[in-house]
Design a protein around this ligand. Structure first.
Ligand code: GUN
Length: 284
């Protein structure tokens, strides 16, 4: 059997089209007011520079305003917190994205806590994470939101499914587990202390790998007919590879995302959707 390959590039293009339409309606309804996304990049990590450049370009392509702040690697934490405070107060800014990881002199938790939850388009503040944990509406982290969109697109039934998430990060694993639970899956989260990873994973109707370990998930960990979503983006000597060993895995799975071209393009598309959501929920 060879699995259906879920085309994240095409699904993301559809999401961007819907956001662009939503932006046109927003601008018309608000008399020319345009949603704005502020990106903040501290330091010169090459991968982060590429990600932020894509975020800025796609923001403008859907008709929103991109506001960018690039800060030096040695920027003190107080200076970053002051910038966030000014973006919180800026009425032309609907969303704030501080690219992670941050340099080591900066406490990531303090930075996230400084972002106004209403502008937290990454869904990382305790307020938004708490709303998600309670199954209430809020701003949801972009990659997990993208994973749910891919599952729906693939026609995978979530209600009642056994879903296994590998990884417990605040950006992906934890919020994704909450979203799957909210969609009535039976959810298990695996991590570095999980005893028998193969036994747990091979129960999964939906298996999502988000651990950053190249080709960790082999065919023996996949239930025949499962949907496999690969969030991994590992730069190796062989180029960009996922957390799933794609070729053998696709002999067992029913549907699978490739790397690149699977989850990756969805993350930015969902950031744009979150920014439009934040702008639409802003009080007039
Ligand atoms: N670094 C890698 N992925 C992300 C993301 O989704 N949001 C932010 N802020 N930083 C990231």
């Amino acid at each position: 059997m060879s699995a259906r390959v879920i085309d994240g590039t095409a699904v993301a293009a559809g999401v961007r089209e819907r956001v662009a339409e939503g932006v046109r309606e927003f601008v018309e309804a608000r008399g020319g007011d345009v949603p704005g996304l502020a990106t903040v990049l501290v330091g010169d990590d090459p991968a982060s520079q590429v990600y932020v450049a894509s975020k800025r370009r796609q923001t403008e392509e859907v008709g929103m305003r991109s506001i960018h702040h690039g800060l030096g690697t040695a920027t003190p934490q107080d200076e970053l917190l002051e910038l966030i405070a000014s973006l919180n107060d800026d009425e032309t800014v609907d969303g704030i994205l501080v690219q992670l990881p941050l340099p080591e002199q900066i406490d990531q938790d303090a930075v996230i806590a400084a972002i106004d939850p209403a502008k937290d388009v990454d869904g990382l503040t305790a307020a938004n994470a708490g709303l998600l944990a309670q199954g209430r509406p809020g701003l949801v982290p972009c990659t997990p939101r993208g994973v749910l969109e891919l599952l729906r697109h693939a026609g995978t039934e979530i209600d009642g499914a056994e879903a296994v998430v590998l990884g417990r990060s605040i950006l992906v694993g934890r919020p994704l587990a909450a979203l799957l639970l909210g969609a009535d899956a039976t959810v298990t989260v695996c991590h570095s202390h999980t005893r028998d990873l193969t036994a747990v994973c091979s129960r999964a109707d939906i298996l999502v790998a988000a651990v950053g370990s190249p080709r960790l998930v082999g065919a023996e960990m996949i239930k025949p007919g499962a949907t496999v979503i690969d969030v991994g983006t590992n730069r190796t000597d062989d180029g960009l590879v996922g957390d799933v060993d794609f070729e053998p895995a696709s002999e067992v799975a029913d549907a699978i995302t490739p790397v690149p071209g699977g989850v990756g393009p969805m993350t930015i598309a969902m950031l744009l959707a979150n920014t439009l959501q934040a702008a639409s929920e802003r009080p007039l």
